[in-house]
Design a protein around this ligand. Structure first.
Ligand code: ADP
Length: 677
């Protein structure tokens, strides 16, 4: 546009020069004036046809010409515009500035350019660019200014609009950037953008971090998280070792997204990230997500699942091994869940039918149903575990015994009965058989006891006769007998005495079956005293010493305990050594039972007699077992068997320790409390 005005202005100058030339070249005044007028006329005609606004001012600064373009634009007449009339159309805000530019440049005869708003014919102020150039005659006389104006309103407003738009856009961009930044920083995900660094051959050697938010690989701002501008080799040297660098390169080259998992050491912890790579123009965007917690809970879950699987399989196996089944009955919804083995126990395949309480009742023996319901109600009311054994009819009609236990629990609004049942058919059968055997045994024992009593008792009578008649024959007829007959007769008498003792011992043994004896809290010291006085003759005969340390009070069967002590102390004196005075010591200690069942009172009877070989410890407690010959020490071999039986009747036991030539100790273990075995 300025080029156009310039061209026009140039043309006007040419015309003016021609005008001057004409003024100088003519001699006649009239001709010159006519020529000037002609030239002026030509100039105005050209100016009028120009598509720009043109004005001319004289040396007095006042305008004396406006072309048609101007007048058409302002919609005013030449008269209105002449002089300073044009100034009325200038926007009041621009007028002072324009006047100042015009006058200062005018006075200095300098060109000027200024933009101002000029009122158009329709009243709208429009921006125009006005350029004024001083005019001179060929001889150099200043004759005023010529100005050319262009309507630049559209350009200006367009530029203004553009500027406003740019400003708005910049504002929006800034806002979006801040918004994006805050999203990126608070998203919990890390986002980074890497730009490849290539060698001259174009190969990617490294990546420059163009952008990285705080969360990329957990690097916080304080930790120097601002890694933008640095290279991956500086910040993440590990990626050149773990294959991630190759993945980044591949993504840039193929454009295909990829992902990987990586661990980063943060303080003392290892933090796991899942990263995905995507190509964006020539760069790669890496989005990372901290998956440590997920991995941990995943691992925890896996571990729990594993434990559950193990427990389930243990449970399944133990159910099968123990012939057990388990159930959970939701009383509220009447849903019944049964373990696989429960189905098997009652002859069905796992889940062969949908279980229910009613169905369960139908498996019970009709006589046991009421009891089962009563037990169920009791478990519900007391909330304690109720256990009972019921008969169950299996699928093939077989009757089995099941021990069933159940416990009520609350689970939210639901009442659940959880429990187990065990096939105890074999136990019941066994205990039935055992019970029968016990009864039989008891009967046999009783029969035997009464038999041996009767037999022994009845045997005594003929024996007494043998002894009596033999003694009488010896007294009266011995003078007629030869020495050998005498000897035979005394042997018969000795044998019958021994036989009587044997029968007495047997009677005593069969009397210790212990079935109907009563336990009484007894002071063992008084029993020991009684024993000592019973053995007085033997003690005196052998000049023996019997020392009894204070003994406890124990629940015992007094008659039997008397016999026990008498047998043991008696043996201690009987099996004494001929080399020393017999000494028998009785004492006790409380010892713990090896199985932790309770405490035992261990009564010891020690002597300094002939002792015995430890190998025969067990044998001496058997009936009729003797270690020493009848000629050395008389006896029946029943005394210790009776002791053993008495210890057992007291729910205890007896042991012995012997050293040949030194002595023996017998230990009797009796529980300190009466047990109900
Ligand atoms: P006996 O009537 O023979 O004494 P016991 O049953 O009392 O029968 O004893 C069995 C055997 O144990 C005895 O024959 C003897 O050999 C041995 N015996 C018992 N007590 C002692 C003891 N205090 N010292 C050594 N041997 C003993």
């Amino acid at each position: 546009m300025n080029a156009e005005t310039d061209a026009l202005r140039k043309r006007i100058e040419e015309l003016e020069a021609e005008l001057d030339k004409a003024r100088l070249g003519r001699t006649g005044e009239g001709d010159a004036l006519a020529y000037i007028q002609e030239m002026e006329g030509r100039f105005r005609a050209i100016a009028d046809t120009a598509p720009v606004l043109i004005w001319l001012s004289g040396p007095d600064k006042l305008c004396y010409f406006f072309n048609k373009g101007w007048l058409g634009f302002t919609g005013r007449s030449m008269e209105q515009e002449l002089g300073n009339g044009w100034a009325e159309g200038v926007h009041p805000d621009d007028f002072e500035r324009c006047l100042s530019i015009y006058t200062t440049h005018f006075d200095a005869r300098r060109e000027f350019s200024m933009d101002y708003r000029l009122r158009r014919h329709d009243g709208q102020y429009r921006w125009i660019a006005d350029r004024g150039v001083p005019r001179y005659t060929a001889t150099g006389t200043f004759i005023g200014y010529v100005g050319g104006c262009m309507d630049i309103h559209d350009q200006i407003t367009f530029a203004e609009q553009m500027e406003a738009q740019v400003e708005e856009r910049t504002r929006q961009l800034k806002h979006s950037e801040q918004f994006l930044q805050s999203i990126l920083n608070t998203a919990g995900n890390g986002i980074a953008s890497y730009e490849p660094i290539r060698n001259p051959a174009g190969r990617i050697m490294d990546f420059r971090i163009v952008y990285s938010n705080e969360d990329a690989f957990g690097r916080s701002a304080e930790e120097g998280g601002s890694v933008a501008g640095k290279t991956c080799r500086e910040v993440y040297p590990g990626i050149f070792r773990n294959g991630v660098f190759e993945k980044l390169v591949k993504c840039v080259e193929t454009g295909r997204p990829d992902s990987y998992q990586t661990d980063v050491r943060r303080g003392g912890d290892i933090v796991w990230y899942e990263a995905s790579i995507e190509k964006l123009e020539d760069s790669v965007t890496v989005t990372t997500r901290n998956i440590s917690e997920e991995l941990k809970s995943d691992l925890r879950l896996k571990d729990l699942n594993r434990q559950l699987a193990i427990q389930n399989s243990i449970f399944r196996h133990s159910e099968e091994n123990a012939n057990m089944g388990s159930y959970a009955w939701n009383v509220t919804t009447n849903e019944l869940e049964c373990s696989d083995n429960l189905y098997r126990l009652i002859g069905y395949k796992p889940r062969e039918f949908i279980p229910s309480f009613e169905q369960f009742l139908s498996f019970l023996h009709p006589e046991d149903r009421h009891q089962a319901i009563r037990d169920g109600i009791r478990a519900y009311e007391t909330k304690v575990i109720v256990q009972n054994t019921y008969r169950i009819i299996t699928k093939n009609g077989e009757m089995k015994y099941f021990r069933l236990s159940g416990n009520f629990i609350r689970e939210g609004d639901n009442h659940l009965m959880i429990g187990a049942l065990q096939d105890v058919t074999k136990d019941v059968e066994l205990s039935d058989a055992l019970h029968k055997k016990n009864m039989e045994l008891r009967r046999n024992n009783e029969e035997l006891a009464s038999f041996s009593y009767v037999a022994s008792h009845d045997l005594q009578e003929p024996l007494r006769k043998i002894r009596a008649f033999s003694s009488r024959i010896m007294e009266k007829e011995s003078q007629h007998f030869s020495e050998s007959t005498k000897d035979h007769f005394s042997r018969i008498i000795a044998a019958s005495i021994r036989m009587q003792k044997l029968i007495e011992a047997l009677l005593s043994y069969s009397g210790t079956s212990g079935i109907n004896f009563e336990f009484v809290e007894t002071d063992l010291n008084s029993i020991a005293d009684e024993v000592k006085s019973d053995l007085e003759e033997l003690i005196i005969e052998k000049s023996a010493v019997v020392e009894v340390q204070p003994l406890p009070v124990l629940p015992v069967i007094p008659v039997q305990f008397h016999q026990l002590l008498q047998n043991l102390i008696g043996n201690g004196i009987k099996y004494s050594s001929p080399d020393r005075q017999p000494l028998v010591q009785v004492g006790y200690t409380i010892v713990a039972d090896g199985e932790g069942k309770g405490d035992f009172c261990r009564i010891s009877v020690a002597d300094n007699g002939i002792g015995f070989d430890q190998r025969y410890e067990n044998r001496i407690f058997d009936l009729f077992q003797r270690l020493h010959g009848r000629n050395e020490y008389e006896g029946t071999g029943i005394g210790l068997a009776i002791c053993k039986k008495i210890a057992q009747n007291h729910h205890g036991y007896i042991t012995a320790e012997g050293t040949p030539g030194v002595g023996s100790v017998f230990y009797v273990y009796i529980p300190t409390t009466v047990s109900e075995q």
